[in-house]
Design a protein around this ligand. Sequence first.
Ligand SMILES: [Zn+2]
Ligand SMILES: [Zn+2]
Length: 67
Amino acid sequence: MDGDQMVCRACGRTERASEGFPCERCGTFIGQLCNLAGVNGCARCVAESGAGPMGGVPRAPSASGTP
Ligand SMILES: [Zn+2]
Ligand SMILES: [Zn+2]
């Protein structure tokens, strides 16, 4: 019975689809082992967000030039 396998987009290993989680940004599959290890996103999204644990900081407020 191995019809429940998907490739984890964080580490590239094959993990159980029913136990995995979606990437918090793009929704692709992340394996349970990676999620338990603190990985909430796929390799691409983590790289784009700068590997920050908070998942990216919104635009910093600029105190100058406000209308
Ligand atoms: Zn993984
Ligand atoms: Zn992603």
